[in-house]
Unconditional design. Structure first.
Length: 349
């Protein structure tokens, strides 16, 4: 019997997941002779022993597809009294040489704890927000930026035709990478990110200045996790859709764009509208950059399994695929630097 390697996708879906899985399967079968088990629905698959064998036929034609063929969930085994122990026991029952976990800070946080308990784990960084430490980029991010940029391009015509302020709300719970890069690429007039709580009066001054110099429309890009300064609109708290939390304790964000548009219209008198992109940023076919990066991550991950380099995560540094300890990748979020934000500010107003 061939040695077995498990692979799972946890947390939110994003374009490029299938490219990772495809690369793992193709190199495993072609170079190392491993049998690849796709654990279904993230950590739930390991807890319930739900899996399917992945072969060439299963991954054929998946490179361009969004989502994940082995599906995903936000199941958190740390919330269960014996969750981590069950996963370790099930890995032994399945006779896994190793487990490849594809996910963000939550999924890889679980993977790191399992590695500390003795399970052979390799990580692949996946977060549409691009906020994992240790890697320059995560796959799915480039696709999200391009979708947001295209949306900004499209609302430009409506904003200009109606002399409106268009507020575009994009993903970004704790970091503003999507807002920043899509905003710069789309020629936004103001970009608001979680790292820098904003002064609504300053925002309105920038828009008024733009209006006074003959530009009767504006585009404001705001990350869903952006906050007013502490002395404005609720002590700098996050704007929530509701108070319900997922298995990892995350609340559902959303609504900052609507509140911001109302504040701008009230304070300036400029007609304002909001566009909330939401899950559109996650869906659809990955860009060429994400397909290539995801493929390289998948190849790198199965190489780490072959070399026995466990407790590591593949990462992009410059143009090279390297490995970094999972523990380093999950210890803190990668945030937008002041220097990069100042570059964007040159074009505000």
């Amino acid at each position: 019997m061939s040695e077995r390697v498990g692979v799972l996708t946890g947390g939110g879906d994003c374009p490029g997941l299938n490219a990772v899985i495809r690369a793992i399967v193709r190199k495993s079968l072609g170079n190392y002779g491993y049998e690849i088990l796709g654990l279904l629905k993230g950590w739930r698959g390991m807890l319930e022993m739900e899996y399917e064998v992945l072969d060439r036929e299963k991954v054929s034609g998946t490179l361009h597809r969004g989502g994940t063929i082995i599906r995903t969930s936000r199941t958190n085994p740390r919330n269960m009294p014996d969750g981590l122990d069950r996963i370790i026991d099930n890995a032994a029952r399945l006779k896994l040489r190793a487990l490849i976990a594809i996910g963000g800070e939550d999924t890889l946080g679980v993977a790191n704890q399992l590695y500390q308990r003795g399970l052979n784990v390799v990580g692949v960084p996946k977060t549409i927000d691009n906020d994992l430490e240790g890697t320059d980029y995560t796959f799915g991010f480039d696709t999200a930026v391009n979708i947001a940029m295209e949306a900004i391009d499209r609302v430009h015509t409506t904003a200009e035709s109606h002399d409106r302020v268009m507020v575009v709300e994009v993903m970004g719970r704790h970091t503003g990478w999507i807002a920043l890069e899509a905003g710069i690429a789309g020629g936004a007039d103001v970009i608001l990110i979680p790292e820098r709580p904003f002064d609504i009066e300053k925002v309105c001054e920038l828009l008024t200045h733009r209006h006074n110099r003959g530009r009767d429309f504006s585009i404001v890009v705001v990350a869903e996790g952006a906050r007013f300064k502490a002395d404005q609109k609720g002590e700098g708290t996050l704007i929530l859709q509701d108070m319900e939390k997922d298995a990892f304790g995350h609340v559902r964000l959303g609504g900052i764009g609507s509140i911001l548009a109302k504040e701008i219209e009230t304070r300036t008198g400029f007609e304002s509208r909001v566009v909330i992109l939401g899950h559109i940023q996650r869906g659809g076919s990955p860009t060429a950059f994400d397909r290539v990066l995801a493929t390289r991550f998948g190849l790198g991950a199965i190489d780490l399994v072959y070399k026995g380099e466990y407790g590591k995560m593949v990462a992009l540094r410059g143009n090279k695929i390297v490995s970094v300890p999972i523990s380093e990748a999950v210890q803190k979020l990668k945030t937008v630097s002041d220097e990069l934000y100042k570059d964007a500010e040159v074009f505000f107003g």
